[in-house]
Design a protein around this ligand. Sequence first.
Ligand code: ATP
Ligand code: MG
Length: 371
Amino acid sequence: MKHHENGSGSPELDQRAREELEAAFAVSGSGDVVRDLGRTEESNVTKAEAGQNKVPGASSEPKTKKPSSASALGGFADTPLARELSEITRRRRALESAELPLPGTTRVITVANQKGGVGKTTTTVNLAAALAKNGARVLVIDLDPQGNASTALGVEHRSDTVSVYDVIVSDVEIADVVKKSTEGGELYCLPATIHLAGAEIELVSLVAREQRLRSALDKFLSEAEEPFHYVFIDCPPSLGLLTINAFVAAREVLIPIQCEYYALEGLSQLLNNIKLIERHLNPELVVSTILLTMYDSRTNLSNQVADDVRQHFPAEVLATPIPRSVRISEAPSFGLSVISYDTNSPGSISYLEAAAEIARRGAPESAGPTK
Ligand code: ATP
Ligand code: MG
């Protein structure tokens, strides 16, 4: 199905395409958003964190069970704890000695999964912080009325704060809203406030309602004094107009998948909806990255989910899974990423490794078919 260019250069949908999208994304004429599938409760984090992300086949898998550097420690070197510590040290050293390439053009990556509580915000914030720590200039767009990414990046988002809502609904420029994160480095955030909850409804009656974020972002990036290397968009747990705006603004989608029961439910719907966007609104869009989150190598369930996902998406899944980690869940309460909060923890090292993979893979050449 074709889309047409209007005067402003943004594609306008024909009636059939609009109906198809509205049915898939549950955008009704009155602006109802019915696909909020709710959040999954975070289970208690009680287990030791070290060594939870040993996925068979993953590059971070230790090659030998007993590192020679530990042999001087006698009996202690044989304990699982010693092996874990030695492995973490090895991974940290590998990260320290590696330099990450910066992309030639801005990579705009939407982090989406309509399932709640799977680690979208945690992933957005920590990947952004990891890349910024490696010298990249990074913008995080908080597109969730909960404003969790803004909190984690230490950016104010009270109800009277000018926010992404004003950008999308009232044509305020991103440059007038963006704030530097307290994380340090070249890390910026476009905050979200609770007003964004109403935007799903207000957008319905606006012109080019699917392209509003794209237009604002394109303008911001083309006028920015210094180029941005990465833009991450943190989506709400729903498939409504805000998420459509995120898909239209991006070139890449990153899907975090929680290594828990029900993880894959809803995934085919998400992939179908992304295909619809690619067909009707954004031919460049591609699912470039899948990240396994809250992984615990000691449970069969985590391993089963990881195996399933790797089998279905061998090219997209990052080799590094993110372990379930108390440090990761504690960090936002200090307005910090886990990378600043506890740099040498397994969670921090895993996000740094995942960021390195994303940087090395580079942007995909062009949108290919998603499964
Ligand atoms: P929502 O759908 O509500 O936007 P989300 O997909 O953005 O949620 P997060 O907010 O990132 O998910 O994470 C949900 C909860 O799980 C948070 O309390 C977070 O601190 C915790 N969490 C995320 N990743 C991990 C992890 N690897 N280990 C432990 N806890 C984690
Ligand atoms: Mg979130």
